[in-house]
Structures are given as structure tokens and as C-alpha cells.
Design a protein around this ligand. Structure first.
Ligand SMILES: [Zn+2]
Length: 72
């Protein structure tokens, strides 16, 4: 979708978002798309969603750390 290159089924990066199926032939093409996407996200709603995603990842990281420290 970004560079127009075709890729075999089952390969590449496929993301379902807002009712669209986004297909990228590799991660760097997906990154290119999301950089543009992120740069256009403005306003309170975007801020809220961004914070939610950050919190989600951080809490996942904390859980992983807890699991690791239990094993030690
Ligand atoms: Zn590509």
C-alpha cells in the first residue's frame, strides 16, 4: 500500500483499523504510514487515545518485570 509492492499471502503486515484493512509489505512500510498518521493526529481525543496506549504498554511492561522478578 505504501510502496505498491505486492507480497505473497500470509506475509507482510496487515492491520485492521477504522473499518479499513491496511496492508504493508513489511514493517518499514507500515512505519512510514503510521508516522504520517501520527503526525496528523491532533486534538484532545488523539491525546487521550495516545495516553491510553502508552499506559497500556507500560502496565504490560510492569507485569513482565514482576513475572521475571518472581522467577529469580
Ligand atoms: Zn512496501
Amino acid at each position: 500500500m505504501v510502496c505498491g509492492r505486492k507480497f505473497p499471502l500470509g506475509q507482510g503486515v496487515i492491520i485492521n483499523m477504522c473499518g479499513f484493512t491496511l496492508k504493508f509489505h513489511n514493517k518499514s512500510c507500515a512505519m512510514k504510514f503510521f508516522r504520517v498518521f501520527a503526525s496528523r493526529l491532533t486534538g484532545d481525543e488523539a491525546k487521550k487515545v495516545t495516553k491510553e496506549v502508552i499506559d497500556e504498554f507500560l502496565s504490560r511492561l510492569n507485569e513482565q518485570r514482576k513475572l521475571k522478578s518472581k522467577k529469580l
